[in-house]
Design a protein around this ligand. Structure first.
Ligand code: LLP
Length: 420
């Protein structure tokens, strides 16, 4: 359920006409619905009622300050993967005690930053990382709270680029290595073992892999308990999928049941790291048709947003529905590719499908773009990053202005030696 609907023949975000925003802000822009973000967060969080839980929104899905600030105000924690996300999280108002940090490549500088900030826990992904964290914590005179990320070797049946819990993936550790790491951690003065962690992938559309992964963790938790290593926190990661086209992923309630089943018999606090399921369908990318072009083999609709704005179609061949802002254009469909201005054949937003038969200047909404949309955007081809707008009821506000040409060269210099 989201708040992007036609009213009086025009696409609205909550009570605001998308066309009015485009007029005020220009295109392309990302558009988020405050009511949808809030509703999705609350539905997800509510699915775990009765459990000792902490939902940590995954910043990588959407790390815009306005979005993060909303979740911080709703009581969410934050899942981060870099020093930059920690910085954003703190700016947005998250309490350090509600921040968890995963990632295979944390640098010494990032570890120091996390320890100085006093985050809830670092999810350790390799034996060498544990050594480094212990060393840095010692230097700082603190004990680093950690969990060990376990790779449960479960197939999440999703796109290979975003499955993370298989033996062949770079994430976490196999069971044997994890046990060895827990034993060393137990003996380290500057490490406090807090939990166990796994994350098996993203855009997962069935509940079973989540349950299977937890059942595997459970065996490990029991083994650790037998060795006097208690686990207080089980971080189950994120990964719940959404409907882009015709997928039918479990509702949060059903997902909640799978997690409860997987955790049955374990007395621990549960941490959840949802990203896409909360923000994916709460945002769209609004773009304008620049040209209509008849190719020899097919037609093209050239728009002013490209793969630098929304990379998912190019990178994963991901489906994003393309809707006209003017509803009267929805009925007539044409076989055409919706392509951006970038000099690559891979620069498309939709390919080989029926799309609205739009002409120059018509506006299109690329749906389900709230997750991994802006966060994966780039300045490729020196294109300025798009603006972001948030709507609440009948109000809207630009929450990130469109970049300027000056922004594009900020921080760059022409070396003095070239003047010699
Ligand atoms: N926790 C960890 C440790 C993760 O690596 C991720 C996502 C999440 C939580 C959140 O997963 P979610 O609930 O959003 O599925 N760029 C790709 C998705 C990459 C996901 C990376 N990790 C895409 O556009 O589909």
């Amino acid at each position: 359920m989201h708040h992007f609907e036609y009213r009086n023949g025009e696409l609205h975000c909550e009570e605001v006409a998308v066309k009015a925003i485009a007029k005020a802000v220009g295109t392309p822009f990302y558009l988020y619905s405050h009511a949808t973000l809030k509703r999705h967060y609350e539905a997800f969080e509510g699915a775990f009622e009765g459990l000792d839980r902490m939902v940590c929104f995954s910043a990588k899905a959407n790390s815009s300050l306005a979005v993060l600030a909303l979740f911080a105000r709703l009581g969410s924690g934050l899942d981060i993967v870099s020093g930059g996300e920690l910085y954003r999280g703190l700016k947005a108002g998250f309490a350090p005690s509600r921040i968890v940090y995963s990632g295979v490549g944390k640098t010494a500088e990032e570890i120091d930053y996390a320890l100085e900030t006093g985050i809830f826990m670092l999810n350790i992904e390799s034996p060498e990382e544990l050594e480094l964290v212990n060393q840095r914590a010692k230097q700082m005179g603190v004990r680093a709270p950690i969990a060990v990320r376990v790779n449960p070797d479960v197939d999440p049946q999703t796109h290979p680029y975003i499955s993370t819990g298989l033996k062949k993936n770079k994430f976490g550790m196999d069971r044997e290595t994890a046990i060895t790491v827990y034993k060393s951690a137990h003996a380290m003065e500057n490490i406090a073992i807090k939990g166990i962690d796994c994350h098996i992938g993203s855009q997962i559309t069935t509940a079973a892999p989540f349950r299977d992964a937890l059942l595997r963790l459970k065996g490990l938790i029991e083994e650790l308990a037998a060795q006097d290593i208690p686990i207080e926190v089980v971080d189950v990661g994120g990964g719940l999928g959404i409907t882009y086209q015709d997928e039918a992923p479990p509702e949060p309630q059903e997902y909640g049941r799978a997690i409860r089943e997987g955790l049955a018999g374990i007395d621990a606090r549960v941490v959840l790291e949802p990203g896409r399921v909360i923000v994916g369908n709460a945002g769209v990318l609004v773009t304008r048709a620049l040209y209509r072009k008849a190719g020899e083999a097919k037609d093209f609709i050239v728009v002013d947003a490209g793969m630098n704005d929304l990379l998912r179609p190019s990178l994963y061949d991901a489906f994003h529905d393309v809707r006209p802002v003017d509803e009267s254009l929805a009925a007539s469909r044409v076989m055409a590719d919706v392509v951006g201005p970038i000099c690559e054949t891979g620069d498309f937003l939709s390919r080989d499908r029926l799309v609205p038969d739009v002409r120059q200047d018509h506006l299109l909404a690329v749906m389900s773009a709230g997750a991994y949309g802006f966060t994966m955007s780039s300045n490729y081809c020196s294109r300025r990053r798009a603006a972001e707008v948030m709507v609440q009821g009948d109000r809207f506000e630009v929450v990130r202005r469109r970049q300027t040409y000056d922004d594009l060269v900020a921080g760059e210099t022409i070396p003095a030696f070239m003047e010699d």
